[in-house]
Write a protein that binds this ligand. Structure first.
Ligand SMILES: *Cc1c(COP(=O)(O)O)cnc(C)c1O
Length: 435
């Protein structure tokens, strides 16, 4: 951590937060330790911009880590939340909105016939695995190194996101028995996948179809098809975690782009429009195994919460074809601009509609090991330089940037200008300020 010399509202809050909350935060990457600085305390969001408690303004590329595809405080989303709140915030009973949201998801995702909502992606992952185990009568689950599926005990081995940011291979406190249920395979490695899926009795092959929690590392040509083939050949279910890609890379998510359909799909982030919501969806005969239709237990006090459902519905309704075309163009302009800004500095900008990663590496990573080999020191300095120029990037190499529909050409162009200056500073900077 860098000691701040100035006594700002942020530094005061951080000092108090450290006494009250582990690391001063409620989720690790927010602490910004990986880029060698203190966390920023946010006062409000306006479209594509964040304002911190000291009045500093940033163009935001985290956007709450993906949910805010329309940017901050989008008026129609806020109105939907206000209207819902006036009718009561939670009933713990069935509502019309849940039916409407389930129908909206089923209309968008071809492989999803039924839906069970949860409050977080972590819960949806947990439920997916329990259901896959019940459906197959098997216990082991294959996951890929660098993929993140929430902080489920058995899925923390070689997980991306915050674990990668802090260079943790897994977490203390995970019982041997939970870890033993997980088979780890390097992403994009066809032989390792074939070998592992044939050797183990797998309940599920679990994957982010467009992995974004080690930075964005798309599948090689044919790799998603291979997941489907191996699942079919070995009797495992294919569980695709579209918490990030769902409703973002296309109306029907990564499955629409690739044509590879999952048995079960994990959804989150965009589906809650910035409020806590996630879901598990899939084929009817599998989903009907969940209680009370079936015997696989799953429940949640705030599942299908009316405010979250209203925010999710408003968010999805605003995502028409024109919106996806615009998000794609915005992302492309940003990716191209960042490549230009880098010049001959050795970075690779990997992008898909609605997300991108600037890898500090000469070659595009194809797996977690490649991502971990990036120049994290230079990335950290570059991020600090961006922040000092009013651009808020993900404060970790192992995350994606999330441009939103609120990002204008002017935002992108200002970002590219700041990025060029930040690259120049990194070029000259050497080991300056490294924490
Ligand atoms: C964010 C994320 C999760 C976990 O969702 P939470 O709501 O944070 O529990 C799961 N899978 C992927 C791919 C994610 O990006």
């Amino acid at each position: 951590m860098s000691a701040s010399l100035t006594d700002t509202r942020s530094t005061q809050l951080y000092a108090r937060a450290l006494e009250l909350m582990p690391g001063g935060v409620n989720s690790p990457v927010r602490a910004m330790r990986a880029i060698g600085r203190d966390p920023i305390f946010i006062a409000r969001g306006e479209g594509a911009e964040l304002v911190d408690v000291d009045g500093n303004r940033f163009i935001d590329y985290v956007c709450s880590w993906g949910p805010l595809i329309h940017g901050h405080a989008q008026p129609q989303v806020i109105a939907a939340i206000e209207q819902a709140a006036e009718l009561g915030t939670s009933f713990g009973a069935a509502t019309a909105g849940e039916v409407e949201l389930a129908a909206a998801v089923v209309a968008r995702m071809e492989s999803v016939e039924m839906l069970r909502m949860t409050s977080s992606g972590t819960e949806a992952s947990m439920t997916a695995i329990r259901l896959a185990r019940a459906a197959t009568g098997r216990e082991q689950v294959l996951k890929f190194a660098g993929a993140y599926h929430g902080h489920v005990d058995g899925l923390l081995a070689q997980a991306g996101s915050g674990l990668a940011t802090q260079a943790l291979p897994a977490s203390p406190g995970v019982p041997q028995s939970a870890a033993a249920g997980t088979v780890l395979v390097p992403w994009n490695d066809a032989d390792a996948l074939r070998e592992a899926s044939e050797r183990h009795e797998l309940a599920a092959i679990l994957a982010e179809p467009l992995p974004a929690n080690m930075g964005l590392v798309p599948p090689r040509e044919g790799y998603l098809e291979l997941l489907r083939e191996q699942a079919d050949a070995t009797g495992a279910l294919l569980v695709l975690d579209e918490v990030i890609s769902g409703f973002r890379v296309a109306r029907g998510g990564a499955q629409e782009r690739s044509g590879v359909r999952a048995d079960l799909t994990i959804l989150g982030k965009v589906i809650g429009g910035g409020l806590p919501a996630a879901a598990l969806g899939g084929r009817g005969e599998l989903m009907r195994m969940l209680a009370p239709a079936g015997e696989v237990y799953q429940a949640g006090t705030l599942s299908g919460n009316p405010l979250a459902v209203a925010a999710g519905l408003a968010t999805l309704e605003l995502l028409d074809e024109a919106a996806y075309a615009r998000l794609s163009a915005t992302t492309e302009r940003l990716a191209e601009g960042l490549r230009d800004a880098a010049g001959d500095y050795p970075v690779r900008v990997v992008s898909l509609p609605g997300l991108l990663t600037v890898f500090f590496a000469a070659e595009e990573p194809v797996d977690f090991a490649d991502a971990q080999a990036c120049d994290l020191h230079a990335y950290a300095q570059w991020c600090r330089e961006l922040l000092s120029r009013g651009v808020y990037p993900p404060p970790s190499q192992f995350e994606a940037w999330f441009p939103s529909l609120a990002h204008s050409h002017e935002h992108i162009d200002r970002t590219v200008e700041a990025a060029a200056a930040a690259f120049a500073a990194v070029r000259e900077g050497g080991p300056e300020g490294h924490a």
